[in-house]
Design a protein around this ligand. Structure first.
Ligand code: NAD
Length: 309
């Protein structure tokens, strides 16, 4: 993997995720070229990244072994896609979550790069087989789905197109590990990948419990932040099962599987997320955290601080 050090990664799309990915790759010593099709957006992203990297250094929270100045010297912005792609071995696409826009971007990118360049998308929930349908050589296509913001949350889901070569998964895995992320491999594509399938299951049941008047918004959030979340920050649900019975998983299943099935069978249908229940839940959460930008920004900053430990 050291052979990739100092190589060029092109980030296409310089919004929230593009900027954070750029910072992750810079922290690993990669040269990062940012492109955005909105004129001036990529150079604006550089200003924002510079500010963040310098603040992180001051707070002793900068990732990687390089100084802020060293990392920033590896960064450039481009308004021209061809120029941005020159020399890249890996392209991380971060444009709007819009299938047609992404298909067009990958079509354009493929026409400007050589066969060996890996085409990677940040999509949250578009399927690789749809996303890469306009790419001729889909063996080098992959989804590298981050958690927002990737600079602070290390997980990245690697999701293959049905034609993706194992070697491409391996390079993406090594790259992500090298820059300090925590990659996981999905063996095949599935709607929602792994993270959002689990997240949506949690959201759905939390929503149903509040909607049905069982618990308040404040308290269901505490169930996660002071309970399940504490545990799941360190070990996952399967290991938790294995550890939560004296003799391990077999013992756990003997003790608890009937109860789990009984409870799971009481779960309601997929919530509608609209109407009176939604209005009530919006009111409750906005009483806790007002929806004005200043409150949301302060809360996000607090979240990022907590994530950085
Ligand atoms: P964003 O709206 O902040 O940024 C999108 C950027 O893409 C904008 O700067 C826009 O000008 C640029 N853009 C649009 N079309 C373009 C094109 N054709 N070529 C180049 N640039 C173009 O969006 P975001 O939140 O950064 O999301 C980017 C991707 O990351 C989406 O696919 C999203 O699903 C995924 N993602 C987002 C999150 C999140 O929580 N925000 C988490 C994980 C993954």
């Amino acid at each position: 993997m050291s052979s990739l050090k100092g190589k060029i990664i092109t980030v296409v799309g310089s919004g929230l995720i593009g900027r954070s990915w750029a910072m992750v790759f810079l922290s690993g010593g990669y040269m990062v070229k940012i492109y955005d099709n909105k004129p001036g957006q990529a150079s604006g992203a550089i200003t924002e990244i510079r500010k963040q990297i310098e603040e992180l250094q001051q707070a002793n929270m900068l990732r990687g072994n390089l100084t802020a100045a060293e990392q920033l010297s590896l960064l450039s912005s481009h308004d021209d896609l061809q120029q941005a792609l020159e020399g890249a071995f890996f392209v991380q696409e971060c444009v709007f979550e819009d299938l047609e826009a992404k298909q067009t971007v990958f079509h354009e990118v493929e026409n400007l790069v050589t066969e060996s360049v890996i085409l990677s998308s940040s999509t949250s929930c578009l399927m690789p087989s749809n996303m890469f349908s306009r790419v001729q050589n889909r063996t080098r296509c992959i989804i590298s789905h981050p958690v927002n913001p990737p600079y602070y949350v290390r997980l990245v889901e690697l999701v293959p197109h049905p034609e993706t070569l194992p070697a491409v998964m391996d390079v993406a895995y090594s790259l992500m590990t090298d820059v300090g992320q925590a990659p996981v491999r999905l063996r095949k594509e599935i709607d929602g990948f792994a993270l959002n399938r689990v997240q949506y299951a949690i959201i759905a049941e939390s929503w149903r419990l509040v909607q049905d008047g069982v618990i308040s918004v404040k308290d269901i959030d505490l169930v996660m932040s002071e309970g399940l979340g504490m545990r799941y920050a360190f070990i996952g649900p399967i290991e938790t099962m294995h550890l939560n019975a004296p003799e391990g998983m077999v013992d756990y299943l003997q003790r608890y599987s009937q109860g789990m099935k009984r409870v799971l069978n009481t779960f309601g249908p997929v919530p509608d997320f609209s109407g009176e229940p939604a209005a009530r839940i919006i009111k409750e959460i906005c009483e806790l955290i007002p929806a004005e930008q200043e409150h949301l920004t302060a809360r996000r900053e607090r979240r990022d601080q907590l994530l950085m430990g």
